[in-house]
Design a protein around this ligand. Structure first.
Ligand code: ADP
Ligand code: MG
Ligand code: MG
Length: 362
């Protein structure tokens, strides 16, 4: 299977050079007949792309459309999706094809075709649904597996995948399959960290990349302009893990079994309670960098079980103010794996007043 994938990627690369496009094998036909692609419904609007549910030869697909102003973001995302071995992982969004075309006004536009994820992004799912403990463990564990894989340099069957920093980890950039398993998506800002030309301190490119991402999820060292570029690869991975901690908090706050005898709170993005829907860079800088404020845990989680304490500790270890003290994505993955296994054996952790009594704590 690896050989087939290798041959296939090689073919795509070759094709990509010829046509400036990267079409998956079974879409080759379609490359020549872009009119077969129908955009059916607007399903997402990010900062860089507009996403549609579409249909290609009767197959349901998602189409991320970039205007010519966002060409850089398109080129970058396409090159990340084109990296060897990346598509082998179950928690990375499935890429189908990329192309350029001219729209009705005669302007160039760029498309990325990908698998359609019926539940959309994690944030929108959490705003409409609560999740039970084992689902929540599985979802967050999946995202973490995806990130740990992304960060890892890999050599297999003569192919190499560099370590990659995502640089825009957020609950809007995680997508859900119909079985609620999660994939990491939106690689528009991602960066290869190893390989032919890893980032070096002082590079104009490296400087330009140090302050990107979604303001809400920016790590304190990014907000404070103190990202340690001497070891750029580690620094950028630590920035991803910080945002991962916020994503855990958003997810477990919607876990129905962690609020027994009280209503599950409405979904909130990290720092939404404090700074609302459009926090500015400066507000985030003061709150997260200067005041070292982090999302609060619900009161009822305080005096509860070892499993929940360890979950809260994992979040704190992800968003530690000291970037070097944070967990690696691999380590976070192990912690969540333990939590998931634990929940299989003994179910969700007891929470709230009832559990305090159970434990003899008043
Ligand atoms: P941007 O780079 O502009 O942020 P994204 O790739 O994050 O663009 O897509 C924007 C939004 O579109 C996502 O947050 C999600 O809600 C939706 N979306 C993106 N890709 C898909 C997909 N394959 N299936 C379903 N929804 C998607
Ligand atoms: Mg996005
Ligand atoms: Mg993006």
């Amino acid at each position: 299977a690896v050989v087939i994938v290798a041959l296939f990627l090689g073919y795509c690369m070759m094709k990509g050079k010829q046509k400036h496009s990267l079409w998956a094998e079974d879409e080759m036909e379609a490359a020549n007949t872009a009119e077969d692609l129908q955009l059916l419904e607007l399903i997402g609007q990010g900062r860089y792309g507009t996403v549609f549910r579409g249909s290609l030869n009767e197959r349901c697909v998602a189409v991320k459309l970039f205007s010519s102003a966002n060409r850089q973001s398109f080129t970058n995302e396409r090159s990340i999706y084109g990296l060897p071995l990346l598509q082998l992982h179950d928690n990375i969004a499935r890429f189908l094809a990329a192309d350029e075309r001219t729209n009705a006004e005669g302007r160039a536009e760029f498309l990325i075709l990908m698998e359609y994820y019926p539940h959309g992004c994690l944030s929108s799912y959490l705003s409409h649904h609560t999740v039970d403990w084992s689902t929540c463990c599985r979802m967050t564990h999946g995202v973490t597996r995806g990130l740990a894989f992304l960060h890892t340099e890999l050599h297999r069957a003569g192919e190499s995948k560099p370590g990659v920093a995502h640089r825009d980890v957020s609950s809007r950039n995680v997508l859900l399959r119909s079985d609620l398993s999660c994939v990491l998506a939106d690689f528009g800002l991602s960066m290869a960290l190893t390989g032919s030309r890893p980032p070096r301190p002082g590079d104009p490119d490296t400087m330009a990349i140090s302050e990107v991402g979604t303001v809400r999820y920016m790590a304190p060292e990014v907000l404070g302009g103190a990202l340690d570029l001497r070891d750029c690869a580690s620094a950028l991975k630590q920035v991803d893990v910080y945002a991962l901690g916020l994503l855990y908090w958003e997810s477990f706050r919607r876990c129905s079994q962690l609020f027994t005898g009280e209503a599950v709170p409405e979904h909130q993005l990290a720092f939404q309670a404090e700074l609302g829907n459009h926090p500015s860079f400066q507000e985030m800088q003061i709150l997260v960098n200067r005041n070292k404020f982090r999302p609060r845990f619900p009161e009822s989680w305080r005096s509860s079980s070892p499993a929940l304490s360890s979950l809260m500790e994992t979040m704190e270890d992800c968003w530690d103010p000291d970037a070097e003290a944070r967990l690696t994505a691999q380590c976070a993955e192990e912690r969540l794996c333990d939590l998931t296994l634990h929940s299989h054996r003994i179910g969700p952790p007891p929470v709230g007043p009832a559990s305090s009594q159970d434990l003899g704590v008043v």
